[in-house]
Design a protein around this ligand. Structure first.
Ligand SMILES: [Fe+2]
Ligand SMILES: [Fe+2]
Length: 309
């Protein structure tokens, strides 16, 4: 089936953008300066910074390893019955999986050359995994997609894809990763202030800036597909999206802080929390808030949930 160049959809446009922006190389960054800076972090600061980096290193590997079934599930859909072109979306995901591999590559190199370790587990205790949500869940999501492919049932495929895109792009990328970037920003800024410097871990900040740029495209594409799937099966909002969002809000937004100890003087968790709620609202607004029964207004829904607990 030809792809009409005059009928490029959102995913194709983002793919084209990715060809221009997504070609950076983790090997291009000189890490000597970062290595020297890292020695200036106290043990507690190193541990806290490594906790967030470990979540990312593991997470980038998890997203790299679990994206392939999304392409297969899209390919199993009857394209002509869908409100979007599944082939253009498959092209987009082909690019995304390469970018996720590159993000894994970046963290792998940074751990090796700056942190002097490849271990993540010791830094993750008490973190994401114990709070009832982590990128580990993406393996189950991938299994669910494979089961839907086997069934060959259109609604089952659309529902499984809706849950998968919500977990991966809607929560892992749009919520967890972006919350992590805000945490990096604060830790680095506070450390620079403490050292009387304009900038520390300069190569980390520059390369993570590239990761963030890639992730912005991943999130936008994910939101667009969530919206398209809603058009294909309007009940998906009540049946799949809202229960999954409720679980996330319960486990992550209404639970206590992720890390009890905060060695960076002046660190403001509350500010990050507020921003993360706004990200969720943005995803819901993109899909269409009027389609939502309980989460059209995230702040109001959270208040209600809190009162009920
Ligand atoms: Fe990534
Ligand atoms: Fe991503």
């Amino acid at each position: 089936m030809p792809i009409e160049y005059s009928q490029r959809e959102k995913s194709y446009e983002l793919y084209r953008k990715g060809k221009r922006e997504g070609t950076w190389d983790p090997d291009d960054y000189d890490l000597e300066g970062d290595r020297a800076d890292w020695q200036q972090f106290s043990d507690e600061e190193q541990h806290r910074f490594l906790a967030t980096c470990s979540g990312f290193y593991d997470g980038e590997e998890d997203v790299t390893r679990t994206l392939a079934p999304y392409m297969m599930a899209l390919d199993a859909l009857p394209n002509e019955e869908m409100p979007f072109d599944t082939v253009q979306e498959e092209m987009y995901l082909a690019q995304q999986v390469y970018e996720e591999a590159k993000h894994t590559d970046l963290f792998s190199r940074y751990f090796e050359e700056v942190f002097d370790t490849q271990e993540t587990a010791p830094y993750r205790e008490g973190g994401y995994q114990e709070q009832g949500y982590s990128t580990d869940n993406l393996y189950d999501t991938a299994d669910d997609l494979m089961a839907a492919i086997d069934s060959g049932d259109r609604t089952e495929l659309v529902y499984a894809l809706g849950e998968a895109y919500l977990n991966y792009m809607g929560i892992v990328e749009a919520q967890l990763a972006r919350g992590g970037y805000l945490s990096f920003d604060q830790m680095i800024e506070l450390k620079a202030e403490q050292m009387g410097r304009d900038v520390v871990l300069e190569s980390f900040q520059e390369s993570i800036g590239k990761v963030r740029q890639d992730e912005t495209r991943h999130i936008e594409n994910g939101r667009w597909i969530l919206q398209q799937l809603t058009e294909a099966e309007p009940d998906i909002v009540a049946d799949v999206y809202e229960p999954r969002i409720e679980e996330y809000v319960e486990n992550r937004l209404l639970s206590g802080p992720l890390y009890e100890d905060q060695p960076f003087e002046g660190y403001d968790q509350h500010k990050i929390g507020k921003q993360v709620v706004q990200y969720l609202q943005d995803t819901i607004d993109y899909i269409g808030a009027d389609q939502f029964d309980r989460y059209d207004d995230v702040r109001a829904a959270m208040k209600k949930q809190q009162a009920a607990d």
